[in-house]
Each structure stands twice: as structure tokens, then as C-alpha cells.
Design a protein around this ligand. Sequence first.
Ligand SMILES: [Zn+2]
Length: 466
Amino acid sequence: MNPRLLLVLFFSCTLFLRAQSEDEKQLKAIYDMALTNGKAYEWLNYLSNQIGGRLSGSVQAQEAIEYTKRQMDSLGLDRVWLQPVMVPKWVRGTPEFAYIETRPGITTNVPICALGGSVATPDGGLKASIVEVQGIEDLEKLGREKIEGKIVFYNRPMDPTQISTFSAYSGCVDQRYSGAAEAGKYGARGVIVRSMNLRLDDYPHTGAMSYGETPVESRIPAAAISTNGAELLSTTLKLNPEIKFFFKQSCKQYPDVQSYNVIGEIRGSEYPNEIMIVGGHLDSWDLGDGSHDDGAGVVQSMDVLRLIKANGYRPKRTIRAVLFMNEENGLRGGKKYAEVARQKNETHVFALESDAGGFTPRGFSFECTDENFEQIEGWKSLFEPYLIHMFVRGGSGADVGPLRDENIVLSGLRPDSQRYFDHHHAENDTFEHVNKRELELGAATMTSLVYLMDKYGTAKPKKVKG
Ligand SMILES: [Zn+2]
């Protein structure tokens, strides 16, 4: 071999190894700091236990805006601001009530909750015969004569054989989202949807639903029933198809109200116009306190900025933590952020979202080009000591989605998902179900990826020689 070439090879190898060991040290410092001196858990404690559920347009959502703004103000960032956004305001009203009536006067109560965006039942409640289906596809098979005047009961469970519980969720969430609009077309009077939960328990799980193009006067009420309730209803119905179901809910949609995204920024030292964001959503459902969904992502994103500063790392690119408002029932915050970024001609090169719970991080999923993915996969060994091994192509996050274009790398933190749907959108999404270390490991994992993305920049498409 040409000796000069050998020398060049030797030096580039040395440089590569030196960079590698510097990155190893940086990641170690980030994880050490997150695990010994993290703030995420303390912030989450306040958000969950002092403020609570943060449904868009509620007093608690406003309190969360003010609290997180104050906390980011105290971090010595270059800039912290509120970005105005109008959000829908839907209110649950008095607690819902439901029972199965096997014979006149013989009833068994079952736990339900209104789906977000649903209309109320008539004041005295709604009682009707019930027809069980395994999904929207069944409506057509049954036809109007078997559905009209009845309550449609969607009972397709999440598929337990899916290892990613998010895949199991996608496999049935259409029942919740469009079930009422679809059943309404066949003359149904209401819908009851099995909760998106793999476990059998007594918690009903709410979540967004939409009436699509259904005119206001034809909208029918929709509620979720706990998985135990769904099992009982299904069994009872098989024994006696004549049973009646009663439910009563008083939820209401109000006109849009003023709200905000909360944004904190460290300005880049070399390429301030290249923007990288980390984020989660500040709003939550109202049944629990929204600790996993998505208090965890909010406090982790805030901690990314704090860990970067505390480790004395000066980012080359501008890094923002964005706490999005209204992911759950409108995505207005995510849409507004992207709209303003486009108006201002801002270049976003990387966006990372944490919105899959505060559980043990396993890795990330990416929406990016082959070149970008190849670069990211090259960092895998740096994450191995922290048991972060999952680097996959796939969805990123709802709030960062509107930023999608050919220049940006979109990513989602992927924590272990096995227990997520035990809590998702339910009364038991509460602070005690978040483990401090798991939450901190997530913050450190996010910070590490942001550090590497900032240091090396996102890979640009390879130039074709010619
Ligand atoms: Zn969420």
C-alpha cells in the first residue's frame, strides 16, 4: 500500500477514535447528571399534583403554561416565550353514569366516560337496545334495520399479539375516533366503545373522537366503557339479546379560547439559523393528571435544555424546547408552531418528540432520508451502555408532524410500551405510576441524541460525482 495513503488512514482513524471517546464522555456526563441531579421528576410532581389534568382551555392548562414558563425562565436560557394559539374547549360536566338493564328494574352499573368532543345524552339519559360489533366494517353487514334506534357497542379489543402496543392501539382506535359518525349514518342513537386498554380493569379510557361532516343536529353521544364493563356487556348480551343499556353524560363544546405553546431556546453559537426542537404536549385529558401523557414528555424536554447548559456544552445550532398545547383534541399547538416557523422562514433541521409515556427508554423512531438514518445508526454503539438499542424507521410524534418536509429529521423517543395503555387517557394516569429513574433515563437519552445531532449536523444527501 502507498505509505502516504497509510498515513492518511492512520490519522483519520485516530481522529475518529478521539471523537468517539469524546462523545462517550459527553454521553456519560449527560446520563450521570440526569440521574443524580435531574429536575424532570420534581417538575412532573408539581404539574401532576399541584396542577393536575390539563385539558385544553381549562384553568389547569393555563396554570401549566404559567408554571412551565416560570421554570424555563429560571434556567438562564437565551429566550423563553409564549406563542398564542386558539384552542377548542370541551368540558365533561357531571360524572357520567351507565348501567346494563337485564330486566325492567334489574340493573348493573358499569364504568363509562364520555369521549372527548362527544355531545351529551338527552337530560334524562339515553336508554336503548344494544347491538355489538367488532368494528366499523360490521355496520354495513348489519344494515340499517339492525342498527336503527339502538346503541352500537364497538368491542374489538387491542390485539395482544402485537409487541408494540402502539400498533395494537392503531388497530382499534378508529372505533373510538369515527365510531359515532359512522354508526349515526345507520340511525344509531349512541355508541359505547371498548376502552383502548390491553388489561382487564375498571377504568374507562377517554380520547378524541370526531363527527366528521355530520351535521350538528344528527350527532349522537359516544362514551368509552372499561374493559371489564365491555366483557360483562358482551357476555350479558349473548345470554339475552333483549337487554337495554342506559347512559347519561352532560359534556359540552364551548367556543375556542386563547391559549399558548411554551417555548424555551438556547441560541446556536455557529449556526443559529438551524433550529432543533425537543417537545411534548402540555395539555392532557382530564380524568387523571396526565403524568405519562404527556407530563413526562414536557418535563423531559425542559430537562434537555437544562442538561445541555449544566454540562457546559455550547450548542452550535439553536435548540428549543417546545411545550405544545392541545395535542389531545385538536393538535392546534403543533399546527400553529409549524405555521409560524414557515411564516418566519425558519429552518428546522431536527425535531424530537417524547409522547409515548415516561417509561424506560428503548430508543427512537425516525422519519428521515437513508443518508440521515445511516448517520444515526452510526451512533448506536454510543447508546449501548445505556441499553438503548432501538433505532427504527417509523412515525415520530403528532406535534412535530406539521413540520415535516424534505430537510428535517423527525424523531420520537420510544420507551417500553407494555404498560402505557394501562394508563393512557384514564383516571390512573397519575404521578405515582411514573418511575423517577425511568423518566430521567428518557431525558438523558433525548439529550444525548440532541447533542450528537447538534455536533455533527444532520447528514445532507450525498453529492453525485460526475
Ligand atoms: Zn400524548
